[in-house]
Design a protein around this ligand. Structure first.
Ligand code: SF4
Length: 419
């Protein structure tokens, strides 16, 4: 497949502004002027090979190779037995620190629709869904009304909660209106929505598919690195002049991203990478790049592209305790680890943050994290435990100081006094 040829006279976007190159609030006319129409020749099963050549990985969290997921769904499709797959565009980012999917659905909804149509054609889908929270879904619906080829897409509004974007919760929300994760022994790619092979892709992933279907794998790989090709969206928030969504080349370092947002690196204590289920990276390690290989030594993954910056005068234990409280409140309370473990974890971390000097607190927290990991129906307890372990490790000196009644960051004594 020659991607550049299918786009006719349209030139592929140059530079780093790919996904938003049709401009702000792009309507269908602006979209076609920037990208051209999707050629029928790009709406075929051969797209899977092009995706494999592109090296595109999922942009929603797990970073799974897109071609492998699409290929798995195709293999489990069987029209003879009425097992035509379904494809779901997932725009429920859930993460309070992420606005990249809502930004994409607002400014480039047609690219997401293109990717959904292309992925649907590649696997021979019988049904296409777009799942997104109120607000975002209105932009997508309005975009679909502008074009004939999107009439068959079914729009489902997502609940605004942390776990509503988890893949099995997405399927449950569409099937029975309850956005709760379920324990899955069999993958969704084998049996998902109404027991059909189901492809759930993040909306940014599908927007990238829409571009690759036009311009091909070689163009996609012309930015980024061999192991982290193309571009990705990141949301930068916290100790920044302004919360922002940026499109960056794969393999870009965290330090470069922060500097491009006007963040003075000497004012940073650490960056939470990958969102509330992510890991802290201390200032000394901000030269790490956002690829899987660059983040692995720090126990982090880029996940949904979230960078939450902590200023050096903010207490990291207070910040982490606040996040863990939020995560405990967002669980579906249907499994023991979430029901009992996460509130207890939040409470122990808060005691540490607020100056309780009981010397066994750190050990109790570590033991609690080990007792919840792998015990829930979904990864919510694991992700929360991972954040707590990252906090205890990256901010070990802060924990030591708090246990002696001091805070290294705020220059204030910690509040409680029971030592
Ligand atoms: S582990 Fe927690 S969030 Fe996941 S399904 Fe069970 S109760 Fe819900």
């Amino acid at each position: 497949m020659s991607g550049t040829a299918v786009a006719g006279a349209i030139r592929p976007p140059g530079g780093l502004n790919r996904l938003f190159s049709a401009g702000q609030d792009a309507d269908y006319r602006a979209h076609l002027a920037a990208f051209g129409a999707l050629a029928p020749s790009s709406l075929t099963p051969e797209l899977v090979d092009e995706l494999a050549r592109s090296g595109l990985s999922g942009r929603g969290g797990a970073g799974f190779p897109v071609a492998r997921k699409v290929g798995a769904v195709s293999r489990h499709s069987d029209r003879l037995w009425a097992r035509s797959p379904v494809v779901i565009a997932n725009g429920a980012e859930g993460e309070p620190r992420s606005i990249k999917d809502s930004t994409l659905l607002r400014h480039a909804p047609h690219l997401v629709i293109d990717g959904l149509l292309a992925a649907g054609a590649a696997v021979g889908a019988s049904k296409l869904y777009l799942y997104a929270p109120a607000g975002s879904i209105d932009y997508a619906r309005a975009a679909a009304r502008e074009r004939k080829d999107a009439r068959s897409i079914v729009f489902v509004e997502a609940k605004d909660s942390f776990i509503s974007g988890e893949a099995s919760a997405v399927v449950n929300a569409i099937e029975n209106g309850i956005a709760l994760p379920t324990d899955r022994i069999v993958r969704l790619t084998t049996t998902g929505l109404r027991r059909l092979p189901t492809l759930v892709h993040n909306v940014e992933t599908l927007a990238q598919v829409g571009l690759i279907a036009r311009f091909g794998a070689a163009w996609f790989r012309s930015l980024g690195s061999e192991r982290d090709p193309g571009t990705r969206l990141v949301t930068v928030s916290g100790f920044v002049p302004q919360e922002r969504v940026l499109e960056v080349a794969g393999h870009t370092s965290i330090a470069d991203i922060l500097e491009s947002c006007g963040v003075p690196l000497d004012g940073v204590a650490a960056v939470l990478v990958g969102g509330y289920h992510g890991a802290w990276i201390a200032r000394d390690n901000l030269t790490a790049n956002l690829s899987a290989g660059g983040l692995a030594p720090h126990g982090a993954r880029s996940g949904a592209g979230i960078l939450y910056v902590l200023g050096r005068h903010e207490c990291p234990l207070v910040a982490s305790a606040s996040i863990v409280h939020y995560l405990a409140s967002e669980s579906a309370r249907q499994c023991g680890p979430c029901l009992f473990g996460l509130p207890e974890m939040a409470s122990l971390l808060e005691r540490l943050a607020t100056g309780d000097r009981e010397q066994g607190l750190r050990r109790q927290l570590e033991a609690l994290t080990q007792s919840v990991i792998g015990r829930g129906s979904c990864h919510h307890p694991d992700g929360t435990a991972g954040l707590v372990l990252s906090t205890l490790s990256v901010f070990a000196a802060d924990v030591d100081a708090h246990l002696t009644g001091r805070c290294l960051r705020t220059a204030q004594p910690s509040r409680r006094s029971n030592g």
